[in-house]
Design a binder for this molecule. Structure first.
Ligand code: MG
Length: 358
């Protein structure tokens, strides 16, 4: 039986190549005890549930998997987020939601005396997290705060940024919930917390400590709250979700319902490579075949009914079957033999991906 965490490089791969994708003979919902679910691009997109997400998550819980909804967005409380999740059909309670505001509040509570005043820039989610952590949220640099914490909220404006600037310039510890430069809104891409932190950083020369993905405090917060022993990170972004998984030594599942497309995955640097991949959250409910090197044909990889090789610097795909098996074989090849490709970033993969129907 293949242990899900057991994905050492196979001996046929080129010498220093990192492990290709992992395999699991059990459905992931059975092999792992807790799914650490990113929200936007995984569970919902804007106000709408991702197709198949609600059914897949319910079925995963029936298999025994616990769900944690993990978000970098610090503006809303866990109650509000859980209510939204329930509205769109997801099985969720406030206890299942973990936010970067909670992680930031814990960072501060571990260093400050109980009841210490913290100047916060942000919304209800951050204020509630500070109170829950035994701290006293204040709004002015004149309120004698012991630290500054900054999170996104749509109402944040110059006055609050100025208060944070006064306090940070006075030398107080400075924590940011997250550094996402943009956030998706119904009208398009808008400035995220990282952009607003940039204002304070520019005015003070001070870079904050960060709680959210891809930094590790939010991951640690989630493990502490869920008691997960075999967690599986599930996300749509290579440079936050998957990088956080790599840094924390957690196995990960990449889904293609958000910002990453198959061509971007083929070009991913080692720290951005997931353990598993699937079209959407139904990938929690099935075993995952591991791509295997073809015996006697160095540099050729197989998965399911597919065979991936390189000809004249381009990825070539033959066979048929599940398109995501094709992608598994292509990833194993592109990641293990980048030197064989005429254009490794991104690889020449258009024809191969079209052949798989991706
Ligand atoms: Mg996402």
């Amino acid at each position: 039986v293949t242990a899900p965490n057991d994905h050492e490089p196979t001996s046929d791969t080129s010498s220093s190549a990192p492990a290709p994708l992992g395999g699991s003979e059990q459905p992931l919902a059975r092999a792992y005890d807790t799914a650490l679910l990113d929200l936007d691009g995984v569970v919902y997109v804007g106000q709408h549930a991702v197709p198949h997400a609600a059914t897949a998550l319910r079925d995963a819980t029936k298999t025994g998997m616990r769900l944690a909804y993990v978000t970098n967005n610090a503006s809303r409380t866990p109650d509000t987020i859980a209510a939204h999740l329930v509205d769109i059909g997801m099985p969720a309670t406030a206890e299942d939601v973990v936010t970067s505001a909670q992680a930031a509040a814990r960072l501060l509570a571990e260093r400050l005396p109980s009841g210490a005043r913290v100047l916060y820039v942000g919304g209800a989610g951050l204020e509630a997290a500070l109170i829950a952590a035994g701290l006293t949220p204040v709004r002015s640099a004149d309120d004698e705060p012991a630290a500054v914490v900054q999170g996104y909220a749509p109402e944040v404006g110059w006055r609050e940024l100025a208060e944070a600037t006064y306090a940070v310039r006075a030398g107080l510890p400075y924590v940011a919930t997250n550094m996402d430069m943009t956030i998706p809104t119904p009208r398009g891409i808008a400035p995220g917390n990282g952009t607003l932190v940039g204002v304070v950083r520019a005015a003070t020369g001070v870079t904050p400590e960060v709680a959210g993905k891809p930094e590790l405090p939010l991951h640690r917060e989630t493990i502490l709250r869920t008691g997960a022993r075999r967690p599986l990170m599930v996300g749509d972004r290579l440079d936050t979700d998957i990088q956080c998984a790599t840094r924390s030594g957690t196995d990960s599942l990449l889904v293609f319902t958000g910002v990453t497309d198959p061509a971007a995955l083929l070009a991913a640097e080692p720290a951005h490579r997931p353990t598993y991949l699937a079209e959407d959250l139904r990938g929690l409910l099935v075993p995952h075949p591991r791509p295997e090197p073809e015996q006697g044909a160095p540099g050729v990889w197989r998965c399911g009914g597919w065979r991936a090789s390189v000809a004249e610097g381009e990825l070539v795909l033959d066979g048929d079957g599940d398109p995501y098996d094709a992608l598994r074989a292509l990833c194993a090849l592109a990641w293990s033999r980048p030197e064989a490709l005429s254009r490794p970033e991104p690889p020449q993969a258009d024809k191969a991906l079209a052949r798989a129907g991706l």
